[in-house]
Design a protein around this ligand. Structure first.
Ligand code: KG4
Ligand code: ZN
Length: 363
């Protein structure tokens, strides 16, 4: 089943296990066209064609443009993923695709491609929930690190579309402890960056500028921090930054800009870290995973690691290369599903919640 030729110690260890399942997966739910080949949780290739530059000039994602771009990118991306993994279709055991949630027109491109491949190659086809993919992203391994087991944990999912605390009981069984009432954390980064004229996406730029700023230069609100629930709200924080700009005008110096970024980021990180710790404590969990695009944030990574030391739990941050949307996490989730005996199933679900019973009933 395995004809992968790589000679690193990690690759040899992977090849020694002939019960592995090799999955080719496609992710096209938003503005990244991605295809990956994953052998159990070992990533063999993970190709991502990002449309971010295309959407940057509109200040956000334009769904029609996203679908058209996916159509152009999908075939070369699949070819490249096979090439980088150094395998042919013969070595693939199953096909997987993100079936939701996401932009309908964007999802459709990935799903149709995956359906075509599964039919032509006579392989099973697994539809994967996008957030289940993010949950698995923290467990992926590659030439740089060993995969880790997907065991019960608390997950903080923070991306452009989601801010959720989830109790992961086992694969497919998730309890949503709380979510944002308004903007997602990544959305807040993007909107504040837009106000400051920093372009889209805002997270990475704010993160970089915050490094040179003083997080205590301004006091921005930490909404719902003291409330004993797992809900979030970031729209008030966004308004506070807008009011600051109304009063003081656009930053007159680079230092002022860096200070605003640092103070804003500290407010987001404070709430995320505190609520995540509260969730770990309340559920008596030993382990926290942080995943999604915002998990790349250096302030959040440092804050979570420090809190884990103080409160004595294990924190696992998704590797930086798997924080943003990618197909490796979708393939990893499918490999776990195959091992756990779930049925192959694919149906487009643009707004399916993570606790939908269909995610665990197909076993
Ligand atoms: O997971 P992702 O790639 O796509 C979604 O599923 O939404 O997340 C994208 C989001 C964007 O809002 C982006 O600004 C944010 O992740 N992001 C960051 C950082 N890198 C990306 N936010 C804060 N700090 C970062 N370093
Ligand atoms: Zn995502």
């Amino acid at each position: 089943m395995i004809n992968h030729h790589k000679s690193s110690p990690l690759a040899l260890e992977r090849e020694a296990n002939d019960t592995n399942t090799r999955v080719l997966a496609i992710e096209s739910s938003c503005d990244e066209t991605s295809c990956a080949v994953v052998n159990d949780l070992w990533v063999e290739s993970n190709v991502i064609a990002s449309q971010v530059q295309t959407h940057a000039k509109f200040g956000g994602i334009v769904p029609e443009i996203a679908s058209r771009y996916h159509l152009d990118a999908i075939v070369p991306v699949v070819r490249e993923a096979l090439e980088q993994a150094n395998v042919t279709f013969d070595a693939i055991d199953a096909i997987a695709v993100t079936h939701g949630p996401g932009l309908a027109g964007a999802l459709l491109v990935g799903i149709q491609m995956a359906r075509g491949l599964a039919l032509a190659l006579d392989k099973p086809l697994y539809g994967i929930h996008h957030l289940e993919g993010h949950l698995v992203s923290a467990c992926l391994g590659d030439e740089q690190q060993h995969p880790i087991l997907f065991e019960p944990h608390i997950a903080l999912v923070v991306s452009g579309g989601h801010t959720e605390l989830i109790e992961v009981k086992k694969l497919g069984q998730y309890r949503i402890l709380g979510a944002t009432r308004d903007d997602a954390a990544g959305e807040a980064f993007d909107k504040v960056a837009k106000m400051l004229g920093l372009g889209y996406p805002g997270g990475p730029v704010i993160d970089r500028l915050a490094e040179a700023g003083d997080s205590q230069a301004f006091e921005f609100p930490r909404a719902m921090l003291r409330q004993q629930n797992f809900e979030f709200s970031f729209s008030g924080l966004k308004t506070a930054v807008a009011m600051h700009l109304d009063q003081h005008g656009q930053p007159q110096s680079h230092q002022h800009l860096c200070d605003i970024c640092a103070a804003f980021q500290a407010a987001v990180v404070d709430v995320l870290v505190n609520k995540a710790c509260m969730a770990v404590k309340k559920t008596k969990s030993q382990s926290l995973h942080v995943v999604g695009g915002v998990a790349a944030n250096s302030g959040l990574r440092a804050g979570v690691m420090a809190a884990a030391q103080i409160h004595n739990f294990t924190a696992t941050m998704a590797p930086l290369r798997y924080c943003g949307d990618n197909a490796a996490m979708i393939a990893g989730a499918a490999a776990l599903r195959i091992k756990a005996g779930f049925y192959p199933l694919v149906e487009m679900q643009p707004s399916i919640p993570l606790d939908d019973p269909s995610l665990w009933l197909s076993q």
